[in-house]
Design a protein around this ligand. Structure first.
Ligand code: ZN
Length: 254
């Protein structure tokens, strides 16, 4: 996988049926060799079928999140909060049979080359949130590749394990990342967990859609944010009768 040539992968997550945001991200990413999607392509948003069809038309690798399972009957919505459950019921009723079948067949986890893809965490790919270094430290024991890509938190962030550290520092550290942040992943003694953030429902107080570009040749990761027409997605959600709180949160990014 590594080598002199540039292999550019667009990493996206938590699109949540926000087609306007997805189209903005695809355009902003430009020419990439592949797009890897770490789950929750549907749920919450107004255009689930259209989002999946767009992803199917691109060189994507998709895995499942809790919303894929909940909207296709593989997971009860009882564990969802009421707003998420209401959106899941709407999504389940809206999904075309062929699209639902496609989502139902997605893997929960992919290990390929030196990369692991999950939605939540490598310990619990569907449900667990990796939001702090404690959970991240445990997570590193549940995959053996050097890099793990995850989503679910809707917060662009990274955790790392290993490498040269000053005495007294934790074995695992990590942080949220802003637009334009770049990481050098080339040190073979360091392992990484990388979260691209959310395309369709960011939760880090920045309403812009989030994505990450991963250069597998030079081994770098760069996070990006892109503005999209939030009002159009909100109008589509109102027309669909989706809960008001889910509509409002998009413009604030929570
Ligand atoms: Zn999500």
């Amino acid at each position: 996988m590594a080598g002199a040539c540039r292999v550019l992968v667009g990493v996206i997550s938590d699109i949540h049926a926000n087609l306007v945001a997805l189209e903005a991200v695809v355009e902003a990413m430009g020419s990439v060799d592949a797009i890897w999607v770490t789950g929750d392509s549907v749920g919450y948003g107004p255009r689930p079928n259209e989002c999946v069809r767009l992803l199917q038309s691109l060189p994507t690798l998709l895995i499942a999140g809790n919303h894929e399972w909940a909207t296709t009957g593989k997971l009860s919505t009882e564990a969802f909060n009421p707003l998420a459950a209401a959106a899941a019921v709407w999504t389940a009723a809206t999904l075309e049979p062929g699209i639902a079948e496609f989502l139902r067949g997605l893997p929960e986890r992919v290990d390929q080359d030196d990369m692991t893809l999950v939605h939540g965490s490598p310990r619990d790919p569907i449900w667990e949130y990796v939001l702090d270094t404690g959970v991240a430290e445990t997570s590193f024991r549940y995959f053996s590749t050097r890099l793990c890509l995850f989503g679910h938190t809707h917060v662009p962030s990274y955790f790392r394990l290993g490498g040269r550290r000053l005495p007294g520092l934790r074995r695992v550290d990590g942080e949220r990342v802003e637009d334009g942040r770049a990481l050098d992943l080339s040190d073979p003694s360091v392992r990484w967990m990388l979260n691209a953030g959310s395309v369709g429902q960011p939760r880090d107080d920045d309403p812009r859609a989030s994505y990450m570009l991963l250069d597998l040749g030079g081994l770098t990761a760069v996070w990006h944010r892109v503005e999209y027409d939030i009002a159009t997605t909100q109008r589509q959600m109102r027309e669909a009768g989706l809960p008001a709180r889910l509509i409002e949160r998009l413009e604030a990014g929570w």
